[in-house]
Ligand binder design. Structure first.
Ligand code: COA
Length: 168
């Protein structure tokens, strides 16, 4: 297991983790059968790639902020906060999405990354957030419940949870 020089934390996308970001996302895309064609242009001009992802953007038809979970040169994962819900997101999708790249999974990073993401939510004026995960996604359900997720039924094959954002 790679030792980290500092505790991972959320930052806006940064060129400081270029190599590990591209390697981690490429491996996950290949493992999950997702396209990798976007990685070439991203790697060719990584400064522009990260610049496009910093700050508030419109995604899923709502303002959204993208965070990367990093430690030094290591990119561990991504967390996205959608600042509000559309009717579609209120059914499935919710306020927050995340993933941890494979080499860093099963080490508690997603659980801590979501906790850090909830702190960011307070700054965005969100006091209660909806999270959803596929009903067979045991890992994500555990991440959500470890952060106080309260079940609120199912929709479109997703389990729904509400989290009251901690004020600490
Ligand atoms: C879901 C995901 C973010 C979890 O990341 P992670 O860093 O491995 O999660 P953690 O290490 O914090 O583990 C959380 C819990 O899930 C458990 N877990 C992790 N991977 C698991 C797996 N494949 N199967 C069953 N349980 C698993 C852990 O043991 C831990 O359990 P505990 O709290 O009872 O000890 C990661 O697997 C991932 O990115 N998956 C693909 C994208 C995705 O599903 N995103 C969420 C969409 S809602």
């Amino acid at each position: 297991m790679t030792r980290l020089s500092e505790p991972p934390h959320l930052v806006w996308p940064t060129a400081a983790v270029r190599t590990s970001y591209l390697a981690g996302e490429r491996a996950d895309c290949l493992a999950e059968g997702r396209p990798t064609d976007w990685l070439g242009p991203a790697g060719d001009d990584f400064e522009a790639f990260v610049a496009q992802r910093r700050g508030v953007q419109i995604r899923w038809d709502v303002p959204a902020t993208v965070f990367w979970y990093v430690s030094g040169e290591h990119y561990l994962g991504t967390l996205v906060v959608r600042h509000r819900l559309t009717p579609e997101l209120a059914t499935a999708g919710g306020h927050i999405g995340y993933h941890v790249v494979t080499p860093w999974r099963r080490q508690g990073h997603a659980t801590r990354m979501l906790a850090a993401g909830l702190s960011e939510c307070l700054g965005l004026g969100l006091e209660r957030v909806l999270l959803t995960c596929a009903s067979d996604n045991e890992a994500s359900r555990r991440v959500i419940q470890a952060n106080g997720g309260v079940p609120d039924g199912q929709a479109h094959g997703e389990d729904r949870f509400w989290i009251t954002v901690p004020r600490s």
